[in-house]
Design a binder for this molecule. Structure first.
Ligand code: NAD
Length: 400
């Protein structure tokens, strides 16, 4: 069995780092032992076959401008560019000049790449920017997306895509008119565990799907700036459903590969909780899918942090908890007569995977896996949920 090389095995054939020429070997020849200059020869081996997709050179990568330097952009997206192979950060748009300068310094964005909201339209003059990534409060997504299209850029937009299906349609139309791509950043659809679940379902490993259940919620914290706009209807568009319930709505659609036909729902907010003066707290809903599959969802701004889903099929069941966390995923499968088994999979950086997917679509002129139409489908489903809750009736989901 080969032993790991220790410092004791080095003198016979030491490795010296050469200057610019890579690694060179000093041989333990007689000449070397007599003090003559050691003959050196280049060693090394051909580049091994890449098991991962090779990174593009910085010049070949697709340049992104990040619009909005809030909690999600600073903590998740900007650090994830380091894990990208096709995308690179070239520009920042922020209303806070000092913050923008500091972040630009951290990530090597040139001074010329810093823009603010007032001069945002000048991104048109910056050829380094190919994609604009909109990470603003929900009600600003439509405006900043459409202005990016007018500036000739492609757009990656955070979820929820907009605050209404009407806005979502306008965004899609603007992208088409400009001949530019629109992708909604549904990170779970670029994440290995969720992709594995989709694959297992499509290959029939669960049998015929009967029920999908998903709960997504967290306590809203009014003391945090990122939650202050979320509790204002004008900026958020809706309550927990728009913010975190959308993960459950989207998962029901991508796991099943079906579009909801009918919806029943209820919402509930404690009347004396000041957080819910403008937006709702809890929502539960049921979808009936065309195949007869039923889905049962819940979302909340007042139950403890929960991001789970389960899929029950005729032959097997799949459970993920957490299903859509930033850092952790766990998945179990159970079959008739077998104990539930946990599936161990490598975790990927889902944010980098989404950024690279958008970059690849731009480079290869392909449509993204989660285009504007995907965001519109969720908007229509969520509008149907609100209407069902408001009217107490079963509502048919609108068509795109
Ligand atoms: P945040 O409040 O931390 O960031 C929003 C940024 O927009 C701030 O920098 C703020 O200064 C700026 N801004 C510009 N105009 C504003 C205005 N008129 N009012 C308020 N802020 C304004 O919020 P966040 O948590 O980073 O969320 C931003 C977006 O990203 C939302 O659409 C949210 O749904 C989405 N998001 C997605 C994920 C995900 O996992 N995909 C996670 C968190 C947030």
């Amino acid at each position: 069995m080969p032993q790991p090389m220790s410092s004791f095995s080095m003198p016979r054939r030491g490795l010296i780092r050469g200057t610019g020429a890579g690694l060179i070997a000093a041989s333990g020849s007689a000449a070397a032992q007599q003090g003559d200059p050691a003959p050196v020869r280049a060693i090394g081996r051909p580049m091994p076959k890449l098991e991962r997709e090779a990174p593009l050179s910085p010049e070949e990568r697709v340049g992104f401008a990040v619009v909005g330097l809030g909690k999600f952009a600073l903590n998740q997206i900007l650090p994830s560019f380091a894990f990208c192979r096709q995308a690179k950060l070239v520009s920042l748009v922020s209303g806070d000049a000092a913050k923008a300068r500091e972040v630009a310094r951290q990530y090597g964005v040139p001074e010329s790449g810093i823009h603010d909201y007032a001069n945002y339209d000048r991104i048109a003059d910056d050829p380094a920017i190919q994609v604009v990534y909109v990470i603003l409060p929900n009600a600003l997504h439509a405006e900043y997306t459409q202005r990016a299209f007018r500036a000739g850029k492609h757009v990656l937009c955070e979820k929820p895509m907009a605050v209404s299906s009407a806005e979502a349609r306008e965004m899609i139309a603007a992208g088409r008119a400009a001949g530019r791509k629109l992708m909604v950043a549904y990170r779970a659809q670029y994440e290995t565990f969720n992709r594995k679940a989709i694959e297992m379902i499509r290959e029939g490993e669960l049998g015929k799907l009967r029920l999908i259940t998903s709960d997504h919620g967290r306590p809203a914290k009014p003391e945090e700036p990122a939650d202050q706009w979320r509790l204002q209807r004008a900026l958020a568009g809706g309550g927990s459903l728009f913010d975190v319930g959308i993960y459950a709505v989207n998962a029901m659609r991508y796991l099943s590969g079906e579009e909801p036909e009918e919806v029943m729902a209820m919402t509930q907010s404690d009347p004396d909780d000041p957080r819910f003066r403008e937006v709702e707290d809890r929502t539960t809903w049921q979808f009936r899918m065309p195949s007869g599959l039923l889905c049962n969802g819940s979302t909340s701004y007042s139950y403890f942090e929960t991001k789970r889903l389960s899929v029950l099929g005729t032959d097997a069941a799949l459970r993920m908890d957490p299903a859509t966390d930033y850092d952790l995923r766990r998945m179990w499968v159970s079959r008739e007569g077998e104990r539930e088994a946990e599936l161990l999979l490598p975790m990927n950086n889902q944010f980098a995977a989404g950024l690279d997917h958008m970059a690849e679509c731009v480079r290869e002129n392909r449509d993204p896996r989660t285009p504007g139409e995907e965001g519109l489908r969720d908007m229509l489903a969520m509008e149907a949920i609100y209407e069902a809750a408001r009217t107490g009736r079963t509502v048919r989901v609108g068509t795109p």
